[in-house]
Design a binder for this molecule. Structure first.
Ligand code: SF4
Ligand code: F3S
Ligand code: FES
Length: 241
């Protein structure tokens, strides 16, 4: 079937402002929007720039705005979207070219929350044990693929690009609520700063945007609650139970 796409094009090295271009390509209704973008790039205009890798919703590289919402292009079927399909880069990041945005600061914030297991004891001979119930406590936030759809749909982030953002908080949550982790004392001060978790206004755009179905807002509120609990009892057990 013929499909019309309206794509925002911008090359900061040569263009003074973004401009819209329209393309019509032949795809199947069961193809994904990513297939349509490939058809544009391979058959209409090879200069179109976008990121993609896995094409199966697990690498997080092709998050972009499609018909006004942050989506993964590889997870959205052509038959489920209205035409013309309007495609733009995610908001709040500088555009490198077309649909590719600069994620340098996004990953700086990710690294700032120390997204790895911190444990004082040396590794045991086998694995660090954990009950299924303890694992359930942070199961939801392990699903994050760092696509950035949450952070770039957050009005608090649009208003203040220094806000640590929901994606970094989700990554922090994954370790703060892991019974094997002892890094809360290192991680929480970053989240308690002026641009930390308190910038969240529980707007829920992040939860709506998450292609992994993570309850992002709930994770943020749990980290806020943990900070409040620590303020009352600074010696609380390291791994949040
Ligand atoms: Fe993407 Fe969801 Fe992770 Fe945010 S929480 S970066 S939307 S997978
Ligand atoms: Fe933003 Fe999500 Fe909070 S949209 S304000 S981080 S609930
Ligand atoms: Fe990997 Fe879409 S290309 S998530």
């Amino acid at each position: 079937m013929p499909v019309r796409l309206r794509i925002q094009r911008f090359n900061p090295e040569t263009d003074s402002a973004p401009q819209w271009r329209e393309y019509t390509v032949e795809v199947e209704p069961t193809d994904r929007v990513l297939d349509a973008l490939h058809a544009v790039k391979w058959h209409c205009d090879g200069s179109l720039a976008f990121r993609r890798s896995c094409a199966h919703g697990v690498c997080g590289s092709d998050a972009m705005m499609i018909n006004g919402k942050n989506r993964l292009a590889c997870k959205l079927l052509i038959k489920d979207v209205k035409q013309p399909i309007v495609v733009e880069p995610m908001r709040g990041f500088a555009v490198v070219k077309d649909l590719i945005v600069d994620q340098t600061k996004f990953f700086e914030k990710y690294r700032a929350v120390k997204p790895y297991l911190i444990a004082a004891e040396p590794p045991p001979k086998t694995e660090r044990l954990q009950s299924p119930k303890q694992q359930e406590r942070f199961e939801d936030t392990t699903k994050c693929i760092l696509c950035g759809a949450c952070t770039t749909s957050c009005p608090s982030f649009w208003a203040n690009g220094e806000y640590v953002g929901p994606a970094a908080i989700v990554q922090a949550h994954r370790f703060l609520f892991d019974s094997r982790d002892q890094g809360a004392a290192e991680r929480l001060p970053v989240l308690n700063e002026a641009n930390g978790v308190w910038r969240c206004r529980t707007i829920f755009n992040c939860t709506d945007a998450c292609p992994r179905g993570i309850n992002v807002t709930k994770a943020i509120v749990e980290v806020q609650n943990l900070l409040v609990a620590r303020a009352k009892d600074p010696r609380g057990s390291d791994a949040a139970q």
